[in-house]
Design a protein around this ligand. Sequence first.
Ligand code: SAM
Ligand code: DTB
Ligand code: SF4
Length: 330
Amino acid sequence: MNNPAILSQPLSPVQQPIFRAPTWTVDAVLELFELPFADLIFRAQQALREHFDPNAIQRSTLLSVKTGNCSEDCGYCSQSKRYQTGLEAQRLLSTEEVLAAAKAAKAQGAGRFCMGAAWRGPKEKDLPAVMEMVQAVKALGLETCVTLGILKEGQAEQLKEAGLDYYNHNLDTAPEFYGDVVTTHTYQDRLDTLQQVREAGLKICSGGIVGMGETRQHRAGLIAKLANLDPPPESVPINNLVPIPGTPLANSDPIDIFEFARTIAAARITMPSSYVRLSAGREQMSEADQALCFLAGANSIFYGDHLLTTRNPQTPRDNGLFEKLGLHGV
Ligand code: SAM
Ligand code: DTB
Ligand code: SF4
């Protein structure tokens, strides 16, 4: 016998007066994680179907516009200058190089083009070149996104004026675990940047990484933090750690696929009107694993052969998977 009661309550956010979005406690998110798997997937599908075509997938293509030699010590990252990862650093690309990649992404069907730079944050002298890239990509009719690190006052406004749609800046994990992964900047630095981005009228892309040795409580803590941003991020990338030899997290135990899917489902239920992106780590997943993540409510992917410095599934493979699952791009 199925039990409809368990599917509809009591796992709801604490209701606040109507002028505030609902608050998710870490415990309420943990309760979602602890549901029987089928009940969790059912809840996630309900949330997805209330807000989206469940077979439509948003596709963003990534390009690293400045690679490596980063001052920060993020323990997962191939681009920190503190770790011997064998990565070849590259200076800021020219607008022409970026434009060629954006045109190719558009021809493949991507709707958004995301440009990433391995900076703690952009220097004043860097910004005009990035603004030129944004303007040029926007003129192709693509949505634009950049991820440049911590912003100084006024920089988000400059990017907005250049035609930027989204700023990606991940919270990455729960506040209490962040210091185990990164020591060169703080969780509060990241929250401050998100606030500046929002105040400039940009849309927010913010999510995190799973599989860094965090606990389920930490995963629930990350989701609660994201869901309680007011409003929540329009785009929520959930990355499965890509272990990079030479980094402190190179030998992390891979996360169980059901726990990864649970994290996606928790994001879907707590942020029902956001795009939840099945992000880094797809190259290491089977097609069945990915299908599970779509069932759990993911409705966005990174599309194209490369992420920033690591590989992503080849486009024809993704197109084949879409065909098998009856998915279509938006
Ligand atoms: N430097 C900027 C910053 O830190 O915000 C932008 C680039 S940074 C590479 C963007 C995001 O990529 C990180 O916040 C993290 O979530 C994700 N990322 C980086 N390396 C990863 C890895 N090895 N596996 C999974 N996700 C990763
Ligand atoms: C996000 O959440 N994931 C992307 C994007 N935002 C910038 C980056 C994934 C990087 C994976 C490891 C690499 O290729 O270096
Ligand atoms: Fe630098 Fe960003 Fe990598 Fe951290 S995640 S080391 S800030 S490029």
